[in-house]
Design a protein around this ligand. Structure first.
Ligand SMILES: Cc1ncc(COP(=O)(O)O)c(C=O)c1O
Length: 386
């Protein structure tokens, strides 16, 4: 199989990730912090080490502010619903995944908040000036994706962060498609809340993710319960990470995630991103006639700028085929996995004119090879020649 669906979840995972999960499950799988015996202490130490590694990766000086969640959706809901109060205004963009849009839309529909949704330009970028102009005295939160899972473009987060901070609002960044690929420094980039998922470019298993919570953020617990710490308190403890970490964490998953993050820190995000951009260029260059496909602006970025400003995904269509048909042919006849449709981001597809059918998204990953993308190009050519 040629797996080109890494934006959905990375596959395969590096061997150390599988090995760590297996070893941890067999030898040290206790409930962290819940008991004083050695295995529980070991589990807690593993989780704390993973927290420290993630804090290093994201430029966060206080590891306890890295809170584990089930995935990015969990982290985004925790941030949005934990921070916004009745009567607040929030700013978001057309490039958001439903895990940002839906919680905000519901709060707006229920009359709890007011919401401004900013457009993107023809290069699929959010103008920092638009963000600044949208902020009013009641704006508490600006929520935006760092890299769209539809267009692949990377947003000027540091620039936006400075403007948002200057206007006294909080910045929530959805790093689902950028964590592990794009340099992130929450303090330098003025990111107040960073939501990430563990199972994409951080190379961990599904069921892992987290939220980095900055010092300026006042956040209510979204999920309350046991923390393994002080059980006598009648309410959720206020200190981090316990404030947001009620319930037993995904210990096996975090054991795998730890290995993924170690690999990323060793390799460096820049080199991984270069690898992914190179693969997109190889795919484009290997096609006999790339002009047969609709690229939604990505082709010139790939050919003229070596994929600069993008992560390793691209949405394309082949006239005469719906995205679902093209993906089914790739799967059934060529054993190539891609993702067709709207990618849980309907506003982004409306923005680029591909709603309601969407596109076929190809997304490469850390372990994708040149041979695989060349073979995929041959398959695309064959289908186009039919
Ligand atoms: C931009 C973006 N945000 C959020 C998510 C949600 O991630 P998860 O499914 O891990 O919650 C995704 C996943 O596809 C995504 O691409």
């Amino acid at each position: 199989m040629i797996y080109l669906d890494n934006a959905a979840t990375s596959f395969p995972k590096p061997d150390p990730v599988f090995r760590a999960m297996d070893a941890f499950a067999r030898t040290s799988a206790a409930n962290p912090g819940r008991s004083a015996h050695r295995r529980a202490v070991e589990a807690e130490a593993m989780i704390d080490e993973t927290r420290r590694l993630l804090a290093r990766l994201f430029g966060c000086a206080r590891p306890e502010r890295v809170v584990f969640t089930m995935n990015a959706t969990d982290a985004l809901n925790m941030a949005i619903k934990g921070v916004l109060k009745r009567g607040d205004h929030a700013v978001t963009t057309v490039l958001e995944h439903n895990s940002v849009s839906r919680p905000l839309n519901r709060l707006e529909r229920d009359g709890y908040i007011t919401l401004t949704r900013l457009p993107a330009d023809s290069g699929h970028r959010i103008d920092p000036g638009d963000v600044e102009r949208a902020i009013v005295p009641k704006t508490r939160l600006v929520a935006l994706t760092q890299a769209s899972n539809v267009t692949g473009t990377i947003q000027p987060v540091a620039e936006i962060g400075k403007l948002v901070r200057g206007r006294g609002a909080l910045l929530l960044v959805d790093a689902s498609q950028s964590a592990g690929l794009v340099p992130i420094h929450v303090e330098r980039d003025a990111i107040d809340l960073l939501a990430f998922t563990g199972h994409k470019s951080l190379l961990g298993p599904t069921g892992t993710g987290g939220l980095v919570v900055g010092e300026r953020v006042e956040i209510e617990a979204w999920r309350e319960g046991g923390t393994g710490g002080d059980s006598s308190s009648p309410v959720q403890p206020s200190e981090f990470p316990h404030r947001l970490e009620g319930g037993t964490p995904n210990v096996f998953g975090i054991a795998g995630l730890r290995e993924g993050v170690k690999i990323i820190l060793e390799q460096g995000v820049e080199s991984i991103l270069r690898h992914e951009r190179r693969l997109l260029s190889t795919f484009h260059a290997a096609l006999k006639d790339p002009g047969r496909f609709n690229w939604y602006g990505a082709d010139s970025a790939i050919t003229e700028r070596c994929g600069e400003g993008r992560v390793g995904l691209v949405g394309i269509n082949l006239p005469g085929f719906t995205p679902a048909e093209l993906a089914a042919i790739l799967d059934e006849q060529f054993d190539i996995a891609v993702r067709p449709g709207l990618h849980c981001a309907p506003y982004a597809h409306r923005h680029q004119g591909t709603f309601p059918q969407g596109t076929v998204r190809l997304s490469v990953g850390f372990l994708t090879t040149e041979e695989e993308v060349r073979a995929a190009a041959v398959a695309f050519d064959e289908i186009a020649a039919e």
